[in-house]
Ligand binder design. Structure first.
Ligand SMILES: CC(=O)SCCNC(=O)CCNC(=O)[C@H](O)C(C)(C)COP(=O)(O)OP(=O)(O)OC[C@H]1O[C@@H](n2cnc3c(N)ncnc32)[C@H](O)[C@@H]1OP(=O)(O)O
Ligand SMILES: N[C@@H](CCO)C(=O)O
Length: 387
């Protein structure tokens, strides 16, 4: 086990013997899980909060990211005086299975060969990620969670937790999420995957150059262009038309050779939105592995909680005694409010206690990552019950 002190969190990577039985049929063993904890588990073991991250997030929920140097992705939600508070809670955030920040994934070494798994890594599901988290909680001595909290793909895990381990969760907070991927969601992911796989540098996933790590840190030559295009397309889905119009409109990008932002009459990034998207694409490839992008988007596309429970979403929650809190954003067209409402209906049908709020924000799906005093108030109030 390796340990690093981070500001107020504790970062570790643990290798668990497993085996982890996967929905796709195989076994994974051993299982590496990179995680951070904040705060202390109380004597009763009743204050643990598991925070689940979205597609490209990681365990650095409230500590600086080791590659980008940016603050943790949910430092607005997790920290002293925040709704998820290390003064009151024992907070656990783990890098999901299949990702690239230390947990087992295509960029990590296959113990059978000593080389990176690449596309030999098994296809995983949201439920596999949850099972791996349960193994970590066993290791940490956490029996029952006070709450599981997540947005977007993190919300899928937060829904999957009470469905998979009904006796281990007392409350679930599901933000900007869905119980199943729609055709539109799958379509956008497929565009991204094809962009990665069409890059000649993808080479069937074997681009690591013998080393593991994010995007060529150890001498590989990753499909950076394809991954950047994938991120550009995906990033549009995380925003809203109104937000884009307000932030960029049709304004032209100022550059050293054209300080007033004149049109190039070519294919430079003339518009600010083009420049912005290119920046988002380029920045992304520094911190994320292209094969992990394939595996995690696949896991999200396969997610259909009703299908896992005989075709009826309510069945997923019948064994659970958990309270649920759902939050959606009115400009989120990726996982729009009706997706959350469908979950609420299923929870009602299952007799589960549920509160639901649609918040107003101009920022689309990624609103859950931004400053939202209303979201924080809702989550804070919900987590204080039964604490
Ligand atoms: C659990 C998880 O979800 S973890 C993963 C979450 N993190 C991400 O998704 C990271 C990428 N996503 C984003 O940045 C998202 O937009 C958010 C919601 C997380 C952040 O939103 P905001 O704080 O409003 O940032 P914004 O979208 O304006 O982007 C700012 C960046 O764009 C750059 N930018 C802004 N305008 C332009 C432009 N015209 N041309 C080029 N770059 C531009 C800024 O310089 C800044 O760059 P930096 O991030 O390298 O410092
Ligand atoms: N923008 C976030 C949320 C996507 O659902 C991410 O990249 O993980």
């Amino acid at each position: 086990m390796s340990t690093t002190d981070q500001r107020f969190g504790l970062a570790r990577t643990i290798t668990l013997p497993g085996p982890l039985r996967l929905d796709g049929g195989g076994l994974l063993s051993p299982v590496d899980i990179a995680y951070e904890t904040y705060g202390t588990l109380n004597a009763e073991g009743s204050n643990a909060v598991l925070v689940c991250h979205a597609l490209t997030g990681d365990q650095h929920v409230a500590s600086d990211h080791p590659i980008t140097g940016k603050p943790g992705w949910w430092a607005r939600m997790v920290g002293p005086g925040k709704p998820v508070d290390p003064e009151r809670h024992f907070i656990v955030c783990a890098n999901v299975l299949g990702s690239c920040m230390g947990s087992s994934g295509p960029a990590s070494l296959n113990p059978a060969t000593g080389a990176p798994w690449a596309m030999a890594f098994p296809v995983i599901t949201i439920r596999d990620m949850v099972r791996a988290q349960a193994m970590l909680l066993d290791h940490l001595g956490v029996g029952v969670l006070h709450a599981v909290v997540g947005g977007s793909m993190g919300g899928m895990q937060a829904l999957s937790w009470p469905a998979t381990f009904p006796e281990r969760v007392r409350a679930a907070v599901v933000i900007a999420s869905t119980a199943r991927h729609t055709a539109q969601n799958i379509a956008f992911h497929e565009v991204g995957r094809q962009a990665v796989m069409a890059d000649p540098k993808w080479r069937g996933g074997d681009y690591y150059g013998g080393g593991q790590g994010v995007n060529g840190q150890n001498g590989g030559d990753p499909p950076a262009a394809g991954l950047a295009v994938a991120r550009m397309a995906a990033h549009i889905t995380y925003l809203s038309e109104a937000g884009l119009t307000e932030k960029f409109g049709r304004r032209l990008q100022a550059r050293p050779d054209r300080p007033d932002g004149a049109k190039s009459f070519g294919f430079d990034a003339d518009f600010q939105i083009e420049s912005y998207l290119r920046h988002q694409g380029i920045a992304f490839v520094d911190r994320f592995d292209a094969n992990s992008y394939l595996y995690i988007t696949r896991a999200m596309d396969y997610f259909d909680l009703a299908e896992e429970h005989g075709g009826h979403l309510a069945n997923a929650f019948r064994a659970s005694k958990a309270r649920f809190c759902l939050v959606s954003f009115d400009t989120d067209w990726l996982y729009p409010t009706p997706e959350s409402r469908a979950i609420v209906h299923a929870l009602n049908a299952a007799g589960a206690p549920v509160s639901f709020v649609e918040l107003s924000s101009p920022f689309g799906h990624d609103a859950f990552l931004l400053e939202s005093p209303e979201m924080n108030r809702v989550v804070d109030g919900f987590l204080r019950v039964g604490a």
